[in-house]
Design a protein around this ligand. Structure first.
Ligand SMILES: [Zn+2]
Length: 563
């Protein structure tokens, strides 16, 4: 009795034993590693099961493969956690990882998000408004259950203090033991594991927390080196060779957001989601493939001379864009943005953000609808010289499609009015998505109307979406699935072109020929060269074979036009 009282007095030994166990930091890391492999990798385990790589005989063979994958994942996590934490940093670092992993697990399960470097870059560049839309009650419950609860348990543990030499020795042993354990587990089911990693390489982007930690390190390293380097010049020889009497040209490029061809009225969707454009009847490109399945990939790619056919992310990011080539040629450019910026495409060139504009007609505290981008656009038509204006609307950005259009465009009902798509039926989600397309149709038609009202100018509009969207097909939502395995819904995008009659006549462009060409396959790779061709830019980086217009110039007229 007296011994208990005596122990309690200094306050040191209260709550010892099983309620506050004392463990080495490596043991704590191993327990958290195993917990993460079990509780925060639902998407990984589903993908393993769906891959069909669990041995032909199933049964015992499959169980052994699953067991070795579990040991591999735990060993990999253990290694990472021991590299990132230790001693006094153990609890804070592991707490952050538990909570972030629970969050990641929720999105990977709910939307099949692959946390590769492109996705991590997207997340890092997401603004406050977009992220607020992603905080759903389901996510909060998931983080509390799978992140906060184990973190509270973690803080009950007392980390054993060790003399520095001994601590270093144990840490070193674990840094050797963890990879050895990983290798041994892989050898046990070598056939199945090798087949899985060979045939389904993208599964590694589902293994948490390694997926986001490795991706984050790569993005920070890439962005760090990119920042310290000025862009490699592209097309510095560019100049305009046009007929002497040609009036100034205004080209508006609208980089659409998350519009997919499957729901595009002009592409034959059962619903007429593009009624206003249908009346205008622009040239409609029905077979266009995007460069990426996310804004972060597609945007720099479609404005680069390399495109998807020579895809090299680093080279694209460190090189100048189409807009810089136009600038070299003396053509004024302007980027008008209603979302998260031009992703380096307009670096050093005029840029206007409408994201936080306060026009009460189009904006509220949550942001602006896309018509805000047309403010004062007609005044641009009065400026002398050729110019290119890029409009970057918020388009069909999800998951809150219902926020993208005014009430008058809610034609398809009931529309999902919940940022958590899991709370809506597929029909409601598609209704909201289609309503947002109706509004995009209206914005595009209004833009063309502004240009057409000035027959004294030569003007044109090109609209192309950056990528598509999954609306529940095969359990997928949103976009950003790694390009190699991205479904067609995420890469088949709408594209239109409209040219003023004066422009068509000046270039001797044959409308029937253009419409015929528009039925053939095209891609984001065509944008760079088609824009240069349309604006009579002569440069060594122009490739006529990728110009969607040049093959439709009537030779006699084209020659006369070139003077
Ligand atoms: Zn996008």
């Amino acid at each position: 009795m007296s011994a208990v009282v005596h122990d309690a007095l200094p306050g040191r030994r209260i709550g010892t034993g099983w309620t506050r166990p004392e463990l080495g930091s490596e043991t704590v890391a191993l327990l958290v590693a195993a917990y993460l492999a079990l509780a925060c990798n639902g998407a990984f385990w589903s993908a393993v099961e769906a891959s069909g790589s669990l041995g032909a005989g199933a049964g015992a063979g499959a169980a052994i493969t699953v067991a070795s994958l579990f040991v591999m994942l735990t060993a990999a996590n253990w290694l990472l956690l021991c590299l990132l934490s230790g001693g006094r940093t153990t609890k804070p670092v592991l707490t952050v990882l538990l909570i972030v992993s629970a969050m990641a697990a929720y999105y990977m399960r709910a939307y099949t998000v692959y946390l590769d470097p492109d996705m991590v870059r997207t997340i890092l560049h997401t603004d406050g408004k977009e992220s607020r839309e992603l905080i759903a009650p389901g996510m909060v419950a998931s983080v509390l259950t799978f992140g906060v609860l184990p973190a509270l348990a973690l803080w009950r543990v007392r980390i054993r203090r060790r003399p520095p030499g001994r601590a270093l020795l144990i840490r070193g042993a674990v840094l050797i033991a963890a990879p050895a354990l990983l290798a041994a587990a892989a050898l046990v089911s070598f056939q199945d594991v090798a087949a899985l990693l060979r045939n389904h390489r993208e599964i590694r982007h589902l293994a948490t927390p390694g997926n986001y930690l490795v991706s984050l390190a790569r993005v920070l390293a890439e962005d760090g080196t990119a920042k310290n380097r000025s862009r490699e010049p592209v097309g510095t020889d560019a100049h305009v060779v046009a007929a002497a009497q040609r009036p100034p040209r205004l080209l508006v490029i609208v980089v659409g957001e998350t519009a997919r061809a499957q729901n595009w009225g002009l592409d034959g969707y059962a619903r007429q989601t593009t009624p206003e454009l249908a009346r205008i009847a622009p040239i409609n490109y029905g077979e266009v493939t995007s460069c990426g399945s996310s804004t972060e990939v597609s945007l720099p790619c479609m404005f680069s001379p390399y495109g998807r056919r020579d895809y090299d992310k680093d080279r694209i990011r460190r090189s100048e864009s189409l807009l810089h080539v136009l600038d070299h040629a003396g053509i004024a450019t302007l980027w008008r943005d209603n979302q998260t910026g031009c992703k380096g495409v307009c670096d050093g060139l005029p840029f206007e953000s409408y994201e936080h504009a306060d026009d009460p007609a189009f904006c509220d505290a949550e942001g602006c609808r896309d018509e805000v981008l047309l403010q004062g656009l007609e005044r641009r038509l009065d400026r002398p010289g050729d110019q290119v204006v890029v409009l970057h609307p918020i388009g069909n950005h999800g998951p809150s499609y219902y926020r993208r259009y005014p009430a008058g465009f809610e034609r398809y009902t009931p529309a999902c009015r919940d940022a958590e798509l899991g709370h809506c039926s597929r029909e409601e989600i598609v209704n909201a998505y289609d309503n947002a397309l109706l509004y995009t149709d209206h914005v595009l038609a209004r833009t063309i109307g502004l240009l057409a009202a000035r027959p004294d100018r030569q003007s044109a509009l090109i609209y192309v979406s950056d990528h598509g969207e999954s609306l529940g097909e095969n359990g997928l939502y949103l976009h950003g699935v790694p390009y190699a395995i991205a479904p067609r819904t995420q890469t088949h995008v709408p594209m239109i072109a409209w040219l003023s009659p004066a422009w068509l006549a000046q270039d001797g462009l044959d409308a029937a020929c253009l419409r015929e060409r528009a039925r053939q396959p095209a891609s984001h790779d065509n944008l760079f060269h088609s824009v240069l061709g349309l604006l009579d830019v002569v440069t060594s980086v122009y490739d006529a074979r990728l110009d969607l217009f040049t093959g439709c110039r009537r030779p006699a007229l084209a020659n006369a036009g070139a003077g």
